[in-house]
Design a protein around this ligand. Structure first.
Ligand SMILES: CC(=O)SCCNC(=O)CCNC(=O)[C@H](O)C(C)(C)COP(=O)(O)OP(=O)(O)OC[C@H]1O[C@@H](n2cnc3c(N)ncnc32)[C@H](O)[C@@H]1OP(=O)(O)O
Length: 215
């Protein structure tokens, strides 16, 4: 169970982490540190925050003293974000939810630990979103959807009512899924694609295939 009061440690210091820290600073959340293992040039949004260099630096804090924020972004085929989440959950740590103030979340939706809902995203009533999933900027998850763990709904993607996704699904920027579709585990839906049939697990769907129907 996550709390709004515990100090946060941000794992990662790239573009996705920058968006999250921006949201959290606007909400005046207590950020204890960001962890940036490399020699990245730090962005202005991180100014004034303590910088740690190793993910294991988290272990100096007991799991009940802090909450973690998964600052790694998610692209098709890259499992670092999911692995990082699993490694720290196994050690007893909890990942905080990050919800932008401009997001619209129904009180009748359920969000799992570590779910991130970014600016202008909408999550409608009856929807369930499992752990460590990103609902990215301006994406829409309509009523009664069931979204698996470790999904990434990239910016501007739209899931109509009653869509079910498995775990580790990536729905790319601007993709659209019509109502009551089932999408299997480990699927990638390409940018801008419209999905109107169920998708079996572990496939990538991309490219335009317009139909022309005579009236
Ligand atoms: C805040 C953020 O930035 S979050 C990150 C958002 N980014 C995303 O969501 C990533 C989206 N990625 C995609 O859509 C990718 O194109 C994928 C994953 C669907 C496919 O990637 P790959 O398997 O590497 O395919 P690849 O790039 O080799 O393209 C193969 C062919 O399909 C075409 N193609 C690839 N994706 C698409 C697409 N979405 N729509 C139409 N055509 C496409 C390519 O142009 C290429 O055609 P060509 O051979 O005639 O040149």
């Amino acid at each position: 169970m996550s709390s709004l009061n515990k100090p946060l440690i941000i794992l990662g210091a790239g573009g996705h982490a920058a968006v999250l820290v921006d949201i959290l600073r606007q909400q005046r959340r207590d950020i204890m540190a960001i962890i940036s293992p490399g020699n990245d040039v730090l962005r202005p949004v991180f100014d004034g925050l303590s910088r740690w260099h190793d993910n294991d630096d988290v272990l100096q804090c007991a799991p009940d003293e802090v909450e973690l924020v998964n600052g790694l972004g998610s692209l098709p085929g890259n499992t670092h974000r999911q692995k990082l989440y699993g490694d720290f959950v196994c050690k007893g740590y909890v990942f905080a939810k990050v919800i932008a103030d401009s997001a619209v979340i129904s009180p009748y939706a359920h969000l799992g630990d570590g779910v991130q809902v970014l600016h202008k995203a909408v999550v409608q009533a009856g929807t369930d979103i499992s752990e460590n999933t990103i609902i990215n900027t301006a994406s829409v998850v309509e009523h009664d959807c069931c979204i698996g763990a470790h999904n990434h709904l990239a910016p501007g993607s739209v899931l109509s009512g009653g869509v079910h996704t498995g775990n580790s699904v990536h729905i790319s920027t601007g993709a659209v899924v019509i109502q009551n579709i089932n999408i299997g585990d480990d699927v990638v839906i390409g940018a801008g694609v419209t999905i109107n049939k169920n998708v079996a697990e572990a496939v990538t769907v991309y490219g335009a295939r317009p139909f022309v129907k005579t009236h």
